[in-house]
Design a protein around this ligand. Structure first.
Ligand code: FES
Length: 249
């Protein structure tokens, strides 16, 4: 029989309980098991009422983010055997910054609302006729924004961001990185529209460049870099608008 490891899991049913409680489970300790495998073992064998999200099990869907021993991680990409010397206990909580719906499931509606505000799609002032063919890009043009397109909306950066915890209006790291994904795409003509949201205090200026968002990002999107990069753009645009007020932004 395999050795076991203790998982301490935060349980919470907000409609029935005043506050979260911790519950411990013993699960088998296999070298190849991820934290998500431990949760699935509990769900299948010990307590079917445990609630959490996951889908792809391969670091793509972004739905399995949780706090594990206090760190925001993808549970499908975090080995149980590497936590606490492989002996546990391993503490698992929902990502901070989001209201808990149940157990390890947070309500990410705030992120979705903010994401829609920056119009995360290619905006064209005028589409060329289909007869003129597709919009071709060079590898160099793709490289301008490809890093930001790797975001999987996992919310680890929001959980790690101290500003998002203090200023709920802050649109947050992933939204800004995704705005840059489109702003820097040569096919896009919507940067001015996004600028109305990004250039506010609750946009880029709330960020104090703590950098935790980039440290926890499992896809190396570097949202902190995206924010600083847009600060430079916004400052240049502001100077242009002051020095050349008759010119177009
Ligand atoms: Fe899809 Fe973890 S289950 S990223």
């Amino acid at each position: 029989m395999a050795e076991s490891i203790t998982l301490q899991i935060q349980r919470y049913r907000p409609e029935e309980e005043e506050e979260p409680v911790w519950q411990s489970f013993e699960v088998p300790r296999h070298d190849e098991w991820m934290v998500l495998d431990g949760l699935n073992y509990i769900k299948d064998n010990l307590d079917g009422s445990l609630s959490y999200r996951w889908a792809c099990r391969m670091g793509v869907c972004g739905s399995c983010g949780m706090l594990v021993n206090g760190e925001p991680v993808l549970t499908c990409a975090t080995y149980l055997s590497e936590l606490g010397g492989g002996r546990g206990p391993v503490r698992i909580e929902p990502l901070t910054g989001f209201p808990v719906i149940r157990d390890l499931v947070g309500d990410i509606g705030d992120f979705i609302t903010k994401l829609q505000r920056i119009k995360p799609w290619i905006i064209r002032q005028e589409d060329k006729p289909l007869s003129q063919g597709e919009y071709l890009q060079t590898p160099e043009e793709l490289a301008l924004y490809q890093q930001y397109s790797m975001c999987i909306n996992c919310m680890l950066c929001y959980s790690a961001c101290p500003i998002y915890a203090l200023e709920p209006d802050f649109i947050g790291p992933a939204v800004i990185a995704l705005a840059q994904r489109y702003n820097l795409d040569p096919r896009d003509e919507g940067s001015e529209e996004r600028g109305d949201v990004l250039s506010q205090h609750a946009g880029i200026w709330a960020c104090t460049f703590v950098g935790e968002c980039s440290a926890v990002c499992p896809k190396h999107v570097d949202p902190a870099g995206a924010i600083q990069r847009y600060k430079v753009t916004a400052t240049a645009e502001w100077f242009k608008s002051v020095l050349l007020p008759w010119g177009k932004r």
